[in-house]
Every structure is written in structure tokens, then in C-alpha cells.
Ligand binder design. Structure first.
Ligand SMILES: [Fe+2]
Ligand SMILES: [Fe+2]
Length: 185
């Protein structure tokens, strides 16, 4: 019997990317939508996988990062107090569907191959945090600077620094995880 797999691509699909719009307010709304999705749905699900795979320390890390994603949304909401509940963007809707597809048979797959799933989840989290701090959010910051909105630019810069730290935390966790897997063999 062949073992079912959760591929790196399937996990990658669970992440949503915020979209820059011509209108800075819409850019902010997309940012809040994505950060709140990461906080409330995506990283908590990754934490659940880590617990199920027997790695409570990784679950703690995913929950810690989830809490910081919430803060990112709070920081920007302080400047845009009229955002309310942002409309789900196309990319968060797609990501939620991808996560639900995995969740449908995830528990069984994690029981069969916990190491593979957790390693891939960490690798993808690194890629996505890097995408945010190297590419997406610097463009949001620069848009704010072009619009002479220093306060918004400063929030995006704080977020860039924080996403950078997330990438480093996940990188450290991945190295530690790989070393522990080698020892276990
Ligand atoms: Fe974030
Ligand atoms: Fe992050």
C-alpha cells in the first residue's frame, strides 16, 4: 500500500499573501485580513499538527508566532480604525480551502508520517515569512513612504523586523528538529 503524502506544495497553498492595491487603505485591509487569518486559523492548525506529531515545543512556537501575527494586525488597526472586519480576499479564501482539504485527512497522514509533515511545515513557514519580510511588506512600506505617511511606514517596518525574526525562529527550530531526527535513527 502506498503511503499518502502531504506535499510541500499542499502546505504552501495554506498560506495567503497580502495584496498591494493602488489605494493604501485597501492595501491595509488586505494586510489585516492575511495577518488575522494567520493568527486565528493557519498557525493554530500547524500547532495542532505539531502536538499530534508529538512535538509540543514546536506547537508552542507556532502558537507564539500566531500571537505575534495578531499583534501585527492590531498595530495597523490603530492607524486605520475604520477597517472593521475586512472582507476575505481571494487569496485568504483559497488558503482556507487548501487548509480544509488537508485537514480532512491530515490526522491519519500525520500518524503515518509525522516527521515528514512537520519538517515540510517548518520549511514552508520559513519560505513564507521570508517572502513577507523581503518582498511583500517592504513594498507596502515604500508605498506609505511615497504617500508621505510616516506612521504607516513605521508600522510596516516593525512588521518586517518581526517577520524576519519569525523566519529565524523557524530556521532554528528546523535545524534543531533535523538534528533530533538524526539522533533518533
Ligand atoms: Fe505577520
Ligand atoms: Fe510572521
Amino acid at each position: 500500500m502506498s503511503m499518502p503524502e502531504i506535499t510541500e506544495e499542499m502546505i504552501f497553498e495554506c498560506f495567503a499573501a497580502a495584496r498591494k492595491s493602488e489605494d493604501m487603505h485597501q492595501t491595509a485591509s488586505s494586510f489585516v485580513d492575511v495577518e488575522e487569518y494567520e493568527n486565528a486559523i493557519m498557525y493554530p492548525e500547524f500547532a495542532r499538527w505539531a502536538n499530534k506529531a508529538g512535538h509540543p515545543e514546536l506547537a508552542t512556537l507556532f502558537r507564539k508566532v500566531a500571537g505575534e501575527e495578531k499583534l501585527h494586525a492590531v498595530w495597523l488597526r490603530e492607524l486605520y480604525d475604520d477597517i472593521g472586519t475586512p472582507e476575505r480576499g481571494a487569496d485568504t479564501r483559497r488558503a482556507i480551502e487548501a487548509l480544509e482539504t488537508i485537514r480532512a485527512n491530515c490526522d491519519e497522514l500525520i500518524e503515518m508520517n509525522p516527521a515528514g509533515v512537520i519538517e515540510k511545515a517548518l520549511m514552508v513557514a520559513i519560505r513564507v515569512e521570508e517572502r513577507e519580510y523581503l518582498d511583500i511588506y517592504p513594498r507596502f512600506r515604500d508605498q506609505a513612504l511615497e504617500n508621505k505617511d510616516q506612521a504607516t511606514a513605521e508600522v510596516y517596518q516593525r512588521v518586517i523586523d518581526s517577520e524576519h525574526q519569525h523566519a529565524e525562529w523557524f530556521q532554528g527550530a528546523l535545524e534543531h528538529y533535523r538534528a533530533s531526527q538524526l539522533q533518533a535513527v
